[in-house]
Design a protein around this ligand. Structure first.
Ligand code: PLP
Length: 397
């Protein structure tokens, strides 16, 4: 018998981390691999945030913090929600965690009983289904294709709602598609949810600052769902702080308290130095974040133009984050003589082996005809990657 629990056995390994590992292996064989597989800004953390961390360290800010976060950071998050998003969460409704990933895991563990359903809008971030399943929940995936810019309608969500639905879960701007739900689209979802008062909303807004459409819209501001929205956010993407591990939620008070209780038995409060730096980041100018956003926008043009010129790739115009999510179904059944492409995971593997470009196949995002390409890389790398992808795809017939 296995020493492992059913819980971990039924869990899938993170596809993005797996691709990153495979990429490292091909690199170790001496190939010049361009890695477009990870969801990580290639920028360094802004200097003023690093300085705040150094100051915290020098000031002896090295002790355990309160489980749901320091008073300073919870206040800064509450203020940020109000100022930037129009969201009303008091500091007591904020829980700071070791990354938004932990925030999401806390919410799932705090809210789901065995068999409870979660409507996940697809394409979705890889970890959503795993997090829901580990907590005993059942993911009900509702998807949209490239012809709808990968955005799921209120009607499609409504069709998946049952008495067992606990919450709907989605990200906007979206990982993996880069799609951004407009205020009107969110309002339509909120209006529909007005008929289902037992359904909560978990809105993952971690890419809010990487939005090329103008103002970010938060579903938690809409009257029908205001009191039952958990807004998830963090520092990894907008402030280039992936390694600092800092995320947070604003939630109805009883849910916030439950997340804090759970976290108190699992990991305790997040890193003290990261929290001091995070509070400083929220209370400071967003100029460095805006500069990063502008750089991503320029790269988006480059990658859209490059990929659109490749026959067979279906490409749309993502409005946020730093991903593009082409539909590659036209290549299924094709071969270069040695390697036959049956699905998008094969295509992603083919691109790694043939073109030495690491991407991620769509199946683990709930989109088996697509691949995810991250453009959080330099313009030179992106130009070279596009040329290599073109050559490799043209070799298929
Ligand atoms: N949510 C989405 C949509 C993400 O893409 C990520 C990171 O890739 C996270 C949450 C988790 O971010 P972190 O745990 O680094 O705060």
């Amino acid at each position: 018998t296995s020493p492992l629990s059913d819980r971990v056995l039924r869990m899938k390994e993170s596809a993005t981390l797996k691709m990153a590992q495979l990429g490292r292996e091909v690199k170790a064989q001496g190939h010049d691999v361009i890695s477009l597989s990870l969801g990580e800004p290639d920028f360094d953390t802004p200097v003023h945030i690093k300085d705040a961390a150094k100051a915290a360290l020098d000031a002896g800010d090295t002790k355990y913090t309160p489980v749901p976060g320091t008073a300073e950071l919870r206040q800064a998050v509450s203020d940020k929600f109000k100022r930037e998003n129009g969201l009303d969460y008091a500091p007591a409704q904020i829980v700071v965690s070791t990354g938004a990933k932990q925030s999401l895991a806390n919410v799932a563990m705090a809210m789901l009983n065995e068999g409870d359903e979660v409507v996940i809008l697809a394409p979705y971030w890889v970890s959503y289904s795993a997090i829901v399943k580990v907590a005993g929940g059942v993911p009900l995936v509702v998807g949209a294709g490239i012809e709808d810019d990968y955005k799921v309608s209120a009607e499609a969500i409504e069709a998946a709602i049952t008495d067992k639905t606990k919450f709907i879960l989605f990200s906007s701007p979206c990982n993996p598609t880069g799609s951004v739900y407009t205020k009107d689209e969110l309002a339509a979802i909120a209006t529909m949810l007005g008929k289902y008062p037992h359904v909560y909303v978990v809105a993952d807004e971690i890419y809010e600052h990487i939005n090329f459409t103008g103002k970010h819209a938060s579903i938690g501001t809409m009257p029908e769902v205001k009191d039952r929205t958990i807004t998830v956010n963090g520092f990894s993407k907008g402030f280039a702080m992936t390694g600092w591990r800092l995320g947070y939620i604003g939630a109805p008070l009883e849910i916030a308290k439950a997340c804090s209780k759970l976290q108190g038995q699992n990991t305790s409060g997040a890193n003290s130095i990261a929290q001091a730096a995070g509070a400083h980041a929220l209370n400071s100018s967003l100029k460095p974040t805006e500069d990063m956003r502008a750089a991503f926008e320029k790269r988006r043009e480059l990658i859209i133009e490059g990929l659109s010129a490749i026959e067979g790739l279906k490409v749309n115009r993502p409005q946020g984050a730093f991903y593009i999510f082409p539909d590659v179904a036209a290549f299924f059944g094709k071969s270069n003589g040695e390697f036959t492409i049956s699905n998008s995971d094969d295509l992603s593997e083919y691109l790694l082996m043939e073109a030495h470009v690491a991407t991620v196949g769509g199946s683990s995002f709930g989109a088996p005809t697509c691949i995810r390409i991250s453009y959080a890389a330099s313009e030179e790398q992106l130009t070279e990657a596009v040329a290599r992808i073109k050559k490799a795809l043209e070799a298929l017939s």
